[in-house]
Design a protein around this ligand. Structure first.
Ligand code: T1G
Length: 654
């Protein structure tokens, strides 16, 4: 056997144990070990085989670090065919997260059991791939085509309970998995249970139009992505073709996806996201401070969303506001958000109620005397923020972490309003804070290492993707957004219209074009921020003339019903000729001759604006690595995941 796979006879059960920390990925060594164990077991005294894993999880997939390299034997599909062809019943015992090639391994086995807490899934689509070792052919045969399309095209894991319901696993084991699985295997042997090959099953009847409906739905949900469409083709092949033919189609489309720039980009993001949580020079074993209670200053949209993020992770929150009216307003927004989550099936009634119960309100700073962390989320007024931090310095216990949710202000200046700048850090959430995954962590000049380490670990607990930024105006994301925004204004003056700019970026893959983003954020926010800047800092007036004129006309964006667009009763943007006339007027003021502009030029100039600023940010050490910038833009600014982020895109395509 190999170092990662062990084989022992326990009575008449051949137990194959995989141990390849941290997630038992199917590296070449693991595949080799499994191959040798299953082959040897065919002729030994065992009556049945059990595949089980040590550590925190069953096999969590193929080894992604091997992708893009020369594939080494044994290849996974061949190995799984050997497992399925076993003359002795093979049982797979699942715990943790049995994902991708790991779940496909279990599907090639003849029987599957799991502990209640286990989750199974085929997340390949999140890597721009599809299950390449039989998953698209075996899942439909066990659970039906519709369930297979849901599971594989979403990539979302399901609980063991749901998997049992779908027929993807056969048994939930209580107590110790090893003992329970051995006992079950012995029962199967005693009952003379046959080998059951899912490849020999046929797919239950399919609703007419199912595949077209999925192609259309995925065309919207995963605009421009190839893997989701290929998944539908594979599942359709499972319905219409024998297993072996379906496997050939699956393999061809898998290889096409594997070599695609989209999958290369999404695999880049997989590792970039994990790298982003690591800080050079910050020891892995840095002592962390306990965070058992949190305070939030300001119960507005951001404060409420931040409170929910902590409550949803089981951490009690005290939300502070200036008056009972303001507090009630903030808490009722939270109630509405929880009701919405229940209505959309994201949370059940009980879970929503227990999360909501963790959020209490107060108008008295003294209520924060014992919390471990306070996050300030008041208006972007530097003096107000300093006043809040001076008060927190008074009331908070020694060792409490004081964080600001500012989206661009100088965290070092805010820290100087306290006697404990080492306990001050930036935690920049994105709206809506209970949904958006990105958390920009701003490390101040004096921020202590244990404060940074604590907040990085906490980010994972509240299910956020952390990226560390140094202190500068706008940190990573908003700093890059400024030249991007300025470029969008120059494009308007030179000949484009708001809808042409936005459509070009949306067709290219951005979740939303720049002008719609500015309308959503509120043109008055940028206007007020500009008022606080000197002309030098404001830069070229061509880059803010039109938004200034719009604000001075009372067109503040979506919230006032008009900005670069007019908004209908369903808040949908409607192009407005009055805005084009305004742009033409501004262009003539600057003596600019407007001209035809191509979508390619629009995309090229806007993305270059992002990338150029990204390079400055790297040169200045504000961001540790280019992958961090990619994670910020994909998780915080709607940059297409299938293009890997602005820096990856620039490295790959220019
Ligand atoms: N391959 C290689 N390394 C992996 C890995 C994998 N599949 N999964 C995780 N790691 C590393 C990760 O980089 C990190 O390393 C450490 O393990 C801990 O991960 C043929 C082709 C399992 C839910 O997509 O979703 O099978 O940073 O920090 O939060 O059809 O990892 O410590 O050096 O994420 O507890 C399909 C990917 C592959 C699952 C655990 N499988 N992994 O989450 O820990 S494609 C996946 C995850 C496939 C077949 C196809 C998560 C996790 P480091 P972590 P976690």
């Amino acid at each position: 056997m190999t170092s990662s796979v062990d084989y022992q006879l326990e009575g008449d059960i051949g137990v194959i144990t995989v141990r390849n920390p941290p997630v038992n990925a199917l590296s070449q060594v693991v595949r080799q070990g499994l191959h040798e164990a299953v082959t040897a077991a065919q002729t030994d005294a065992s009556k049945a085989l059990l595949i089980i894993c040590e550590g925190r999880t069953f096999i969590a997939g193929a080894d992604i670090t091997e992708f893009g390299k020369v594939p080494l034997e044994p290849h996974l599909p061949d190995l799984l065919n050997i497992i399925e062809a076993s003359v002795k019943p093979v049982v797979a015992a699942l715990h943790g997260t049995a994902l991708g090639g790991g779940f496909e391994t279990a599907l090639a086995a003849h029987y599957r059991c799991a502990v209640e807490s286990a989750r199974v899934g085929l997340p390949e689509v999140k890597l721009g791939l599809l299950p390449g070792a039989g998953g698209t052919q075996r899942v439909p045969r066990l659970a039906g085509a519709a369930a297979a399309l849901d599971l594989i095209s979403s990539g979302a894991p399901i609980t063991a309970g749901k998997a049992l319901q779908l027929g993807l696993i056969d048994k939930i084991v209580d107590g110790d998995l090893h003992d329970g699985a051995i006992a079950w295997a012995k029962t199967l042997v005693a009952d003379g249970a046959p080998v059951r090959r899912s490849s020999e099953l046929s797919v239950p009847d399919v609703e007419p139009g199912l595949f077209d409906e999925y192609r259309a739905r995925l065309g919207k949900r995963a605009r421009g992505q190839i893997a989701p469409q290929h998944i539908v083709t594979c599942v359709e092949a499972a319905v219409n073709s024998p297993f072996a033919e379906g496997r050939v189609i699956e393999r061809e489309l898998f290889i096409e996806c594997m070599q695609s720039p989209q999958s290369i980009a999404m695999r880049h993001l997989f590792f970039a996201e994990r790298e982003a949580a690591k800080v050079e020079g910050l020891a892995k074993d840095t002592q962390r401070r306990p965070i058992d209670a949190v305070g939030i200053i300001g119960g507005g949209t951001m404060g409420g969303g931040i409170a929910m993020s902590f409550a949803n992770a089981g951490i009690p929150v005290i939300m502070l506001d200036v008056s009972d009216e303001a507090l009630d307003r903030g808490l009722s927004i939270i109630d509405k958000n929880y009701a919405g989550s229940v209505k959309r099936g994201k949370l059940d009634e009980d879970a929503a109620a227990s999360c909501r119960a963790l959020i209490t309100g107060s108008t008295d700073y003294a209520a924060l005397a014992d919390v471990d962390l306070v996050i300030e989320a008041v208006f972007e007024d530097p003096d107000l923020k300093k006043k809040v931090f001076a008060q927190l310095d008074e009331v908070c216990k020694p060792g409490a972490i004081l964080a600001t949710n500012t989206s661009y202000q100088d965290v070092d200046q805010i820290a100087l309003a306290t006697q404990r700048p080492e306990d001050v850090i930036g935690m920049h959430f994105f709206s809506p804070a209970h949904i958006m995954k990105l958390l920009e962590i701003v490390r101040g000049e004096k921020t202590a290492d244990d404060v940074l380490a604590t907040v990085l670990r906490l980010a994972k607990k509240i299910r956020k993707v952390p990226v560390v930024s140094g202190v500068c105006y706008g940190f990573i994301g908003n700093r890059m957004l400024r030249p991007y925004g300025k470029q969008s204004q120059l494009l308007l003056l030179e000949g484009a219209t708001p809808e042409q700019v936005d459509n070009a970026m949306q067709d290219w893959g951005m979740a939303m074009g720049p002008l719609r983003v500015f309308d959503l954020a509120g043109l008055d926010v940028g206007y007020k921020a500009r008022q606080a800047l000197s002309d030098d800092m404001k830069g070229d007036p061509k880059t803010y003339r039109v938004p200034d004129m719009l604000v001075e006309m009372g067109r503040l964006g979506q919230k006032s019903g008009a900005g670069f667009y007019t908004y209908d009763e369903n808040r949908r943007p409607v192009p407005d000729t009055a805005v084009v006339e305004l742009i033409e007027q501004a262009a003539s003021e600057f003596g600019i001759e407007r001209r035809e502009m191509s979508d390619e030029e629009i995309v090229e100039r806007l993305i270059s604006a992002l990338v150029d600023e990204g390079r400055k940010i790297l040169d200045e050490g504000i961001a540790q690595r280019s992958g961090d910038i990619d994670v910020v833009y994909v998780y915080g600014y709607g940059f297409p995941v299938s293009r890997g982020g602005p820096m990856h895109y620039a490295d790959t395509f220019s």
